[in-house]
Design a protein around this ligand. Structure first.
Ligand SMILES: [Ca+2]
Length: 387
């Protein structure tokens, strides 16, 4: 399943998969509740002066720490790197070095993990092929059933945090099919393999391996040798990496533990907290379907072409021929998505809350799929992909 390119709360892995033009569903059901800050697009466009001033980025938590070169430089012999890792982890997280050593001695290199993460990017699917992976009757019905079963807990977290219940459900639906596929790799094997045999991303994964030791110190109910997860080390119903678990995991029921594997009150609270920590705005718009003027040029982002920061004012896009469709939310601060949908090109503005979803997984198609699945769960519609 999707797990392939993605390691969720986490960005553990890379490219992502597929997306779905929910446009249909989204338009039909008008998913976005108008927020206090949003207006509705007027049916007629008005000429707007060009505005070049970009808006500030959404403030984000600090980058997670990576392991030092003494751990990750492939030119250094393995034993030395492991010794450096033991020192680094013991010092950084206050873990007994003997425990780290004896645990690593039981970690197993797994070639299939390297194979999985280095698999040639089987062409990133276009939206028209990506979206249907998630926007199935089964996934939507599964989400509605999951919501119904857990309504009280979900609604309570939603009221507290402003993160819609259906958004939390959709994340769990996309990540693990509502908890059915949380991963079958030993997390210690996954992170050990990627930390020491995958130089390209070793700083990240060795950092996560160290955080795993920090995590089991904080959550002693976890057994580091039997914890299971994805090949990238993402765990539980929401697929949290160790750093995400440590930083944003929440004890949703007050029993003193943050159990993000299967304990729903903690899982729900943690996913919502991840969103809040990355800038979720209660009631804020997520996306708007956009019309591109016939003479408009392709949009070229300023700076990193993959950045999804919602830094462009409406006037910036209007001057370039991109405007929200009538009835769609109009909010200052957007990025533009250009997707190959079932009925041709689709253009979307991604607003602040869209950006926040994309902090769970950097793929814009992942983020739009989560949003559209959430809308379908809430509204009970199955979009065909056209609007
Ligand atoms: Ca708990």
């Amino acid at each position: 399943m999707i797990r392939r390119a993605h390691a969720s709360a986490l960005h553990a892995s890379a490219p992502f998969i597929v997306l779905i033009p929910l446009a249909l569903a989204a338009c039909a059901t008008q998913a976005v509740p108008p927020s206090s800050t949003s207006k509705v697009a007027a049916p007629t466009a008005v000429t707007t002066p060009v505005t070049q001033t970009l808006l500030p980025k959404v403030p984000q938590p600090p980058e997670r720490p990576v392991a030092p070169p003494s751990v990750t430089d492939p030119a250094i012999p393995m034993e030395q790197r492991v010794a450096a890792f033991v020192d680094y982890t013991a010092q950084t997280y206050g873990v007994d070095p003997n425990f780290i050593r004896s645990t690593l001695a039981q970690a197993v290199y797994q070639q299939k993990i390297i194979d999985a993460i280095t698999r040639p990017a089987e062409a990133v699917k276009p939206w028209r092929d990506y979206r249907p992976i998630f926007m199935t009757d089964a996934r939507i019905e599964g989400g509605r059933a999951f919501y119904a079963e857990n309504r009280e807990a979900l609604d309570r977290i939603s009221a507290e945090t402003g993160v819609p219940a259906e958004m939390i459900v959709a994340i769990i639906g996309v990540e693990t099919n509502y908890g059915k596929n949380t991963g079958s790799y030993r997390v210690i094997d996954a992170l050990y393999t990627l930390a020491f045999w995958h130089p390209k991303r070793a700083p990240f994964f060795a950092g996560e391996l160290a955080q795993l030791f920090g995590l089991v110190k904080e959550e002693p109910q976890l057994d580091i040798l039997t914890l299971k997860g994805s090949y990238a080390g993402a765990m539980g119903m929401g697929q949290f990496m160790p750093s995400s678990w440590r930083n944003w995991g929440k004890d949703g029921d007050g029993d003193g533990r943050r159990d993000l594997l299967t304990h729903k009150p903690d899982v729900f609270a943690s996913i919502a907290n991840y969103f809040v920590a990355h800038g979720w705005e209660r009631g804020g718009a997520v996306v708007a379907r956009v019309t591109r003027a016939p003479e408009a040029a392709d949009f070229v982002p300023e700076g990193d072409p993959k950045a999804l920061d919602p830094i462009y004012p409406q006037a910036y896009f209007a001057a370039r021929g991109y405007r929200p469709q009538p009835g769609e939310p109009v909010v200052e601060g957007a990025t533009l998505l250009s997707l190959d949908g079932e009925a041709g090109k689709e253009y979307w503005f991604g607003y602040r809350n869209f950006y926040v979803i994309s902090r769970y997984n950097r793929s814009p198609m992942y983020s739009l799929a989560v949003y559209q699945l959430a809308q379908a769960i809430r509204n009970g519609t199955v979009g065909s992909g056209t609007s």
